[in-house]
Every structure is written in structure tokens, then in C-alpha cells.
Design a protein around this ligand. Structure first.
Ligand code: ZN
Length: 328
């Protein structure tokens, strides 16, 4: 194995205390549609219906704590508000990202998100939501819903009104390794059998279009048909949901950039050996999806979620592991 170049080439930007790796303590969420596959990531599940692991989250509904090092025990929300230099020049009241693993045993409802402008005007100044999915695992024959077949908003409205969902919704097969970018206005649903890593902006605004007429605690969950029709992109543009990926080889690492959006850039790093991977000046999140190894001597293993502080410079990755890396 080759050694990584010395980190001495790295010049710390002003205001940056030091390189920090913040290991997150994930927050697990029970969901009616959840399963047991998140156990494979090393998490201890308290039920057989665990649907979500919030790996990097400062959201009040499930805020991660740091699990070692100088910030041990502190929440990500606390660090965001009082140790902002860890995140460089990032701005905003709230931490910008929410990164989850999602294990769908059964189908999730069909939904769409607004853009910033619609959310601001209609949801008390809230932000819109952009998200993307990397398929970690999918059972034989698994499908998801991305987009729809209506030619116009008017046709979308009519088909929803007539409950012609199977005709309207664009259901496609999925397999491990697939990637989907879901911009505001893109109709989507995760279906049973799929396990994904979801990177999303930190927003809660979701408009539910259809929930398969299922009952939860004896009642239908509310739908947001008017808002969904307002924000839906029609016709659907497939190219936006499958952005062209770019692949770079650095040392023994293959780095695949799946999506660049104003909100985030998402890479998959597949390391098998040694690689000296340059990071931009911003902070990065990393979610380890398989294997194990070391980042600058710190052990990383499947199921770990961490943040590399702003100005970290190069990372020296050693071992055999796959990780999703996101930067804002
Ligand atoms: Zn969504």
C-alpha cells in the first residue's frame, strides 16, 4: 500500500482551530413502514419497524450528538450555533442538511415538495426542500416512484381528481447503486424493499398526494392535494432526476459525483487501498455504507456518520470502504 502524502501541504484557513472529525450518534426512528435491515449497519434496533436512521441531523425532532473527541456529548444544533468556525463560512440559522438511511419494508406515501419561494409564501417563511437518494440495497423486483405521466398541470389535476394514480404515477425498477435527484416539484415515493441513503435540505414541508387509502390508527392521513398541484412540475423532466455523473480516480479511490445543486454536492467515494482525497474548504459530511478503514488514522466502519470540519484539507483514506460524502 502506498502512503498518503503528508498533511503538511495543508494550510489552515484563518479562524479554523484544527482539523476535526465529528462522529455523530445516529437517531433511529420507528415507522409503520420500517423494517429490520438497519441492524446490518451496526445499530441496535428496539423494534422490527425501524424505518429511519438520522445520521447527520440538527433537527429538533432528532438531533445527533457527537460521540467522541473534544465535543463529546454536544448536539450538532449546539455546535452549529456556538462553534460556527467548525463549519467555515456557512450561513443560516439552521444546520442546512439532514442525512438519513431509510429502510422501507412497505410503501411510503406519494409526495412532492415546494421550492423556497412557495414555502416562504405559503408555509410561514419555511424553506423548500431538495433531496436525493442513493440506493444502497433493493430486493428483487423493487420499484420506486419518480415523476408522473401527465402532460400538464391541468391534466395532473384531472387525473388526481379521478384517482387514476396507477396511470398517473411513473413507477420504475430500482437496484443498488442507482441515484435519483429530487428537486422541488418532483413527485416521488420510496416503495417496499428499498434501502436508501437520503441527503436532503433541512426542511419539513411535504405535500402528500396519495397514501394508497391506508388507515393509520383508524384514519386516513391528511392529503395536501391543492398545494401538491400548485408545486408539481408538469410535464415531468426525467433528465433532472438522473443528472450526469462524473467519475474521477484518486489513488485507490473512485470518486463519483452524482449531483451538484446550489444546496449540496454529493459524491460516492469507493476506496480500496490508500487515497489522498482533497476536500474543498467547506465542511463535509460522510456516511459509511459498507466496509471499514481509516480516515487520517481514525477508524471508520459501515454505519458511521461523521462531519469533517471546514478547512480540513486532504483526507488520507486507507482500507476498503464505500462512503457518501456531501458538502454544501
Ligand atoms: Zn421527499
Amino acid at each position: 500500500m502506498r502512503g498518503c502524502a503528508k498533511a503538511s501541504a495543508f494550510v489552515q484557513p484563518r479562524g479554523c482551530r484544527m482539523k476535526q472529525i465529528l462522529y455523530m450518534e445516529p437517531v433511529l426512528k420507528e415507522r409503520i413502514w420500517g423494517g429490520e435491515r438497519l441492524r446490518d449497519f451496526g445499530y441496535s434496533l428496539q423494534s422490527d419497524r425501524v424505518g429511519e436512521c438520522w445520521g447527520v441531523s440538527a433537527h429538533p425532532n432528532g438531533c445527533c450528538r457527537v460521540r467522541s473527541g473534544p465535543y463529546d456529548g454536544r448536539t450538532l444544533a449546539d455546535l452549529w450555533s456556538s462553534e460556527r468556525e467548525l463549519f467555515g463560512g456557512a450561513e443560516g440559522e439552521d444546520f442546512p442538511l439532514l442525512i438519513k438511511l431509510i429502510d422501507a419494508r412497505t410503501d411510503l406515501s406519494i409526495q412532492v415538495h415546494p421550492d423556497d419561494r412557495y414555502a416562504f409564501e405559503n408555509e410561514n417563511g419555511a424553506k423548500g426542500k431538495t433531496e436525493c437518494w442513493y440506493v444502497v440495497d433493493a430486493t428483487e423486483g423493487a420499484t420506486i416512484i419518480i415523476g408522473h405521466h401527465a402532460e400538464s398541470r391541468e391534466e395532473f389535476r384531472r387525473m388526481v381528481g379521478e384517482h387514476r394514480y396507477s396511470e398517473l404515477l411513473r413507477e420504475i425498477p430500482v437496484k443498488a447503486g442507482d441515484f435519483f435527484q429530487i428537486d422541488p416539484g418532483c413527485v416521488h415515493a420510496i416503495k417496499g424493499g428499498t434501502l436508501i441513503l437520503e441527503t436532503q435540505t433541512n426542511s419539513d414541508v411535504t405535500y402528500r398526494i396519495y397514501d394508497y387509502d391506508r388507515l393509520q390508527n383508524g384514519a386516513l392521513r391528511p392529503l395536501h392535494t391543492k398545494q401538491a398541484i400548485d408545486v408539481v412540475e408538469a410535464p415531468f423532466c426525467e433528465a433532472k432526476s438522473r443528472p450526469e455523473k462524473t467519475v474521477t480516480r484518486i489513488g485507490d479511490c473512485t470518486l463519483t459525483c452524482f449531483s451538484r445543486r446550489p444546496q449540496y454536492t454529493v459524491y460516492l467515494a469507493e476506496t480500496d487501498g490508500t487515497a489522498d482525497i482533497p476536500l474543498s474548504g467547506m465542511f463535509h459530511t460522510m456516511s459509511v455504507l459498507s466496509g471499514s478503514g481509516f480516515i487520517d488514522g481514525s477508524r471508520v466502519t459501515k454505519g458511521d456518520h461523521l462531519i469533517l470540519s471546514a478547512g480540513y484539507g486532504n483526507i488520507c483514506a486507507v482500507g476498503s470502504f464505500t462512503a457518501m460524502i456531501t458538502r454544501v
